[in-house]
Design a protein around this ligand. Structure first.
Ligand SMILES: [Zn+2]
Length: 467
């Protein structure tokens, strides 16, 4: 008895300890990692940008291909002291469109010489301590679903933020923005297609969640193909081939960031639409395994593709805005002005500047002798043009919406009719007859009462035997 009492007390103390640890972790751990991984590399310059650069910057339509801001659990509607992206900083930096990418599995042990998807995963830790829905602790598909809900709910609540899913959305938003610069927009992308969980059907579900661009792989080989950091770093799988075809049908942009050389080769063989490399450096300037080779950059752009230059040290081999400009300049010289854009990786790494300080990049581009027209293209208009050609138009969307509604209904209608008849027969042939329903099914109240007393065949109103 005494031992049971002691055991109970220990269990209570342990439970309290666990709950407290869970609460402390919730408030401390995400912020700790945020500080470690997303602090901006440079402080603001001592002198403000020139009036000329600032004037030009305010007229740009700025777009960026890649930010991981959604995974940190920050309130993106308020200006944060941590990280690099939130709505107030997008507005401050005059950003018209930020693509929000969703990584769903980031192995703790990762190496450019081979990374396995097994072992501790940072996003499992983030999902538990961040109190994400419990199914997202175990399912990558649920993580992608949860993140899409997060961005959708911001778009529903905030009047100054629009979620782009189609060409129509984009064009309507851009028209509105010509007279109102106090608005910004986002689009959803996936970083690695492992949330498919090996199920082709999930691709359409992810599309309906709002995902419009998909990085095929992230740090490890997955069911689609090889990663540049993967153990095998191989080409494309059969599932990958089916996915590329379906993505092109739906209007989901194929993103080759993080892909192995073999995967890039394979995709360029089968893709019939232009692809992007959303966030990368170029090997000709910064020879890192994860950066795109000059040969691949040329092939991608020959097919109409787009290269997004990253803002982190590993992408551009430098710590200042000048390093970003050097990579941009190199790629422009290599593939032409129409195929280069921004692929910052805000909140995915320690970037050189944050979204609010993009005017420093405009100034650095001016200083590097890019013309205002070229700066407009690099800072966003190339990406806008690409999206206008690549996103689904509303006709396809409404067709998809129709399918989404009609498919369940095509099952629901016959099922409802069968249920109705079964219920009607039940009412007619049993003794349970509520008044209204008995009338409704054509059975008189008289019959109802007569059946209850068991003399339905001999009773008539007014007869003595039925009183
Ligand atoms: Zn990445």
């Amino acid at each position: 008895m005494f031992m049971i009492k002691i055991a109970k007390r220990i269990a209570i103390v342990l439970s309290i300890f666990l709950v407290l640890a869970f609460i402390i972790a919730h408030f401390m751990v995400p912020e700790y990692f945020d500080r470690q991984f997303t602090t901006t590399l440079t402080s603001a310059p001592t002198q403000p940008v020139s009036a000329q650069a600032d004037k030009l910057h305010k007229t740009l339509t700025i777009c960026d291909l890649h930010s991981d801001a959604l995974i940190w659990g920050r309130n993106l509607t308020k200006k944060n002291s941590l990280g690099q992206v939130d709505i107030p900083r997008l507005l401050e930096g005059n950003v018209a469109l930020q693509i929000f990418s969703v990584p769903t599995l980031v192995p703790k042990k990762k190496s450019q010489w081979g990374t396995s998807r097994s072992g501790l995963d940072w996003l499992t830790v983030a999902s538990v301590v961040g109190w994400w829905p419990i199914n997202s602790w175990f399912s990558l598909f649920s993580r992608a679903d949860y993140m899409s809900e997060e961005l959708s709910s911001i778009a529903k609540k905030e009047e100054n933020f629009t979620l782009i899913k189609s060409v129509r959305d984009l064009n309507m938003y851009l028209t509105k923005r010509t007279s109102d610069k106090s608005i910004t927009a986002g689009m959803l992308a996936l970083e690695g297609m492992h949330p498919l969980e090996n199920n082709f059907e999930n691709l359409d579900k992810l599309f309906h969640m709002g995902y419009r661009m998909m990085g095929l792989v992230h740090f490890f080989d997955n069911e689609i193909g090889g990663s540049s950091y993967g153990l095998q770093a191989g080409g494309i799988t059969k599932l990958g081939e089916r996915c590329i075809q379906r993505m092109e049908e739906l209007g989901i942009i194929v993103d080759l960031a993080h892909a192995s050389d073999s995967l890039i080769d394979a995709v360029l063989q089968i893709a019939t639409k232009p692809v992007v490399v959303s966030h990368t450096g170029i090997k000709g300037v910064c020879n890192r395994k994860r950066n795109i080779s000059d040969k691949h950059a040329l092939l991608i752009c020959e097919q109409g593709g787009l290269i997004g230059i990253g803002f982190w040290r590993g992408a551009v081999c430098g710590d200042d805005v000048g390093a970003i400009v050097r990579s941009i300049m190199y790629v422009v010289d290599l593939v032409g002005i129409d195929h280069v854009t921004l692929g910052s990786d805000f909140d995915g790494d320690r970037c050189i500047i944050d979204a609010a300080r993009l005017n420093e990049l405009t100034e650095a581009l001016l200083n590097a002798s890019f013309s205002p027209r070229e700066i407009r293209l690099i800072m966003g208009e190339n990406l806008i043009r690409f999206l206008q050609k690549s996103l689904p138009n509303s006709k396809i969307l409404s067709q998809d919406l129709q399918n989404l509604i009609m498919q369940p209904l095509s099952v629901a209608y016959p099922a409802a009719i069968i249920c109705f008849y079964v219920f009607a027969e039940f009412i007619k042939h049993t003794h349970w007859r509520p008044f209204g329903l008995a009338d409704f099914f054509g059975v008189s109240r008289f019959n109802f009462f007569s059946q209850r007393i068991g003399c339905e065949n001999m009773c008539h109103p007014g007869q003595d035997s039925c009183r």
